[in-house]
Design a protein around this ligand. Structure first.
Ligand code: ADP
Length: 443
């Protein structure tokens, strides 16, 4: 439309200037005659050929036609009050396009000025069919080009969007299929680099879900196994008493003691499982962590106090080295649980008469808690596994010590909740050293 408008304006302007120039020349010739009933058309007629096939009309001040080149119209003596003529009489020359009986004309009117006075008007009507045809031709071509371009754009954009979205639809279909049939396997679809990135991200997510699922199943099977062992013992003891009517009261007492131990074990396992679930929940939802600034020195003192009786039973000496107050923003209950488990382990895995060493100090923006013992220790490769859930170095011995294999996994979860870390060094028959490092200010 814009191009068309420019072409139209350009063509019209061209003709307009041409026609106004010719009209002015004619007006000059016409000015030689007097503009009354004795109007002499000769001077005008002499130069009329400059307008070619255009019709020339000469009017006086009252818009009365004095001269007309059209022989058929017979306007002589009649008034022709058209807008252009009125304008010309006021001194403004102008031109405009008009349509008559399906034909296009350009009309121009200029005043005829004689000794400074407007005495009449020269009006030219020039056929402009060639111009209209030319513009129509351009219009037609432009329409054709537009239609072709629009069609091409549509077809190409459809084709491109299909090419671009085909891998995405494939991915969506595969993902829907996976969730509908509860299967997890990597997708193998290639496309643009974005599609490849999406596929890679999805595949790594599938891998992670697999791992989590594997861990969950392992945990459930371990937990059931751990719970089943004391339950089987209890069942066995019950059966022994029930099937033996002559069992002595002393025997019953002994059986009940055994049963009591098993119930204690079950309680320990379920307590630790609950603790672990709490840590997991806190890791998912940080609002469940109750941060407050506490003095770790007091916390450790209280833990040592609580564990003293246990140590005394085994004639183990707990040595503390708590020289400075170390304030840290922590969840006191969770840090208590972690440090308690570590010191409890050191007492558990140290022989009668041994020692346990507890130290606290600040290292720049970190609090360091070390717990050492001269206990049974463990092989170097065990130190990586002991933080796994239900992992125990020596299952038989762990049963004697009442171990559940959950203590250190609780410790690790608690430390990770505080964005800290735990390290361990150990040598068999020499002893172990655990080190908990937590930032004093959690970001
Ligand atoms: P448990 O309830 O069996 O003590 P933990 O998760 O607390 O479970 O510990 C895992 C294993 O790490 C224990 O079974 C034990 O063999 C080993 N362990 C932990 N602390 C010590 C230690 N201070 N000395 C020697 N071995 C230890």
């Amino acid at each position: 439309m814009y191009v068309l408008k420019i072409v139209e304006d350009y063509s019209f302007n061209d003709k307009r200037v041409d026609l106004l120039t010719k009209a002015n020349i004619l007006a000059n010739f016409a000015a030689e005659s007097s503009f009354d009933d004795n109007f002499n058309a000769l001077p005008l007629k002499r130069s009329i050929e400059i307008v070619g096939d255009a019709r020339v009309i000469c009017l006086d001040r009252d818009t009365k036609v004095l001269f007309d080149t059209s022989e058929t119209a017979d306007l002589i003596g009649k008034s022709m009050p058209v807008g252009l003529v009125a304008n010309a009489l006021e001194g403004t020359e102008n031109a405009e396009i008009s349509n008559e009986n399906g034909k296009t004309y350009i009309n121009a009117a200029v005043p005829v000025i004689k000794t400074g006075r407007t005495v009449g008007v020269i009006y030219i009507q020039s056929p402009a069919d060639d111009m209209a045809e030319y513009i129509n031709h351009i219009k037609h071509n432009l329409y054709m080009i537009s239609v072709i371009v629009i069609a091409l754009v549509l077809v190409l954009s459809l084709a491109f969007s299909n090419i671009m979205t085909a891998p995405l639809s494939n991915i969506t279909a595969k993902i829907s299929d996976m969730s509908a049939n509860d299967i997890r396997k990597p997708i193998d679809i290639k496309g643009t680099s974005e599609v490849n990135e999406l596929v890679a991200a999805f595949n790594s997510m599938v891998e992670k879900i697999d791992l989590v699922e594997e861990k969950r199943q392992e945990f459930v099977s371990n937990a059931s196994h751990e719970l089943k062992t004391p339950l089987s013992s209890i069942k066995l003891i019950c059966d022994s008493i029930l099937q033996n009517p002559d069992v002595s009261p002393e025997m019953v007492n002994e059986f009940l003691n055994d049963m009591n131990e098993e119930v204690d074990r079950l309680t320990r396992i379920t307590d630790k499982l609950l603790n672990l679930t709490k840590m997991d929940a806190a890791a998912e939802e940080t609002e469940m962590i109750n941060f407050s600034v506490i003095n770790l020195r007091n916390l450790i003192k209280n833990i040592v106090k609580a564990l003293k009786p246990l140590a005394r039973q085994k004639h183990i000496k707990i040595e503390t080295h708590l020289l400075e107050d170390v304030y840290a923003r922590v969840d006191a209950d969770k840090i208590w649980e972690a440090v308690y488990n570590i010191i409890d382990n050191s007492i558990k895995y140290t022989a009668q008469g041994g020692w346990v060493y507890v130290e606290l100090y600040r290292d720049k923006r970190e609090a360091v808690i070390t717990v050492g013992d001269n206990g049974i220790g463990m092989e170097a490769e065990e130190t990586e596994k002991i933080f796994d859930r239900f992992y125990r170095v020596d299952k038989a011995r762990a049963r004697e010590t009442g171990g559940t294999g959950l203590g250190l996994s609780i410790v690790r979860s608690a430390v990770e909740l505080h964005k800290g870390k735990i390290e361990v060094e150990s040598r068999e028959e020499v002893g172990s050293l655990f080190r908990i490092i937590i930032p004093t200010v959690v970001q």
